[in-house]
Design a protein around this ligand. Structure first.
Ligand code: SF4
Length: 271
């Protein structure tokens, strides 16, 4: 089977850990200053009351509602390789410059105190992320790790290593489903892997890392029953996660619409 792109009807479910390994081969390379990873952009955004963002290439899921650009599906075609040190420098610079992007003029006076990687899955390339966090550790910034939880659920050693930075990081695990069927339908991955993001939450809490759960619970794509199961599963891990669940809904971003159309999924008021 070739490299998994966006989902189309009748797709064959894939192993997300295998896709993470494949993506790592494409989106990282050994460099003089450690493992380099591909990025397409560095900028500050008004979310989290101001966050410097490095737009990373590549992911190990294929969510049908994903908003990120084509670099998710064609990582070989996009981005440039940067060492962890270069990424840290660019993030610090973006934070110092503040919000300058067109369309966000009203946020230009917002002081940026946080950093994150977005656009793909930041945990792909373990050595790269851990090395980047060494630089963040020396900075005045807080790091928000937004992850789908696949690798952190499968690799306890990864979470243990992240715990070294527990004063600096906040991990936001984004859940996609609470049943194997829902997981395959929305992410393209084999159903049995649906537990990994929940396992990631348990692993993170065990290591004393501040973590929160987010989930795409839009009722146009997840049933009320599945949402209930999701909240119950979170409650069993820690009531705080369930009570403070950040619920997301699908927005009509250009690539979201393209992916839903490619998968032939119809959503009210979107496609
Ligand atoms: S996990 Fe996030 S980046 Fe990856 S496909 Fe899903 S929505 Fe997109």
């Amino acid at each position: 089977m070739g490299y998994q792109r966006f989902l189309t009807p009748g797709f064959t479910p894939f192993d997300p850990l295998e896709l993470a390994r494949e993506t790592e081969k494409i989106a990282t390379r050994k460099g003089k200053e450690g493992l380099e990873r591909k990025y397409t952009n560095f900028y500050s955004a008004p979310v989290y009351r101001g966050v410097a963002t490095a737009y990373v290439v590549g992911c190990c899921l294929r969510c049908v509602y994903c908003w990120t650009d084509a670099s998710r599906d064609f990582p070989e075609k996009f981005g440039k390789f940067y060492s962890p040190k270069e990424v840290s420098k660019r993030l610090f610079k973006a934070a110092q410059e503040g919000i300058t992007a067109k369309g966000w003029e009203s946020f230009k006076n917002l002081k940026v105190k946080k950093l994150r990687l977005s656009g793909g899955e930041p945990t792909i390339g373990k050595e790269h992320l851990l090395s980047l966090l060494e630089y963040v550790e020396e900075s005045p910034y807080l790091f928000i790790l937004e992850t789908n939880g696949i690798l952190l659920g499968a690799d306890k050693d990864y979470v243990k290593k992240l715990s070294k930075f527990s004063k600096k990081i906040y991990v936001r695990v984004s859940l996609k489903a609470a049943t194997p069927e829902g997981f395959t339908k929305r992410t393209g991955a084999i159903g049995k892997f649906y537990e990994l993001p929940f396992k990631a939450l348990s692993n993170l809490l065990e290591e004393g890392i501040y973590t929160r759960a987010a989930a795409m619970t839009d009722l146009r794509i997840m049933t009320f029953t599945e949402r209930k199961i999701l909240k119950e599963k979170l409650y069993k891990i820690d009531p705080f996660l369930s009570v403070n669940l950040e619920e997301e809904s699908i927005n009509p971003y250009p690539y979201t619409i393209k992916r839903l159309k490619a998968a032939k999924i119809k959503i009210k008021r979107l496609t």
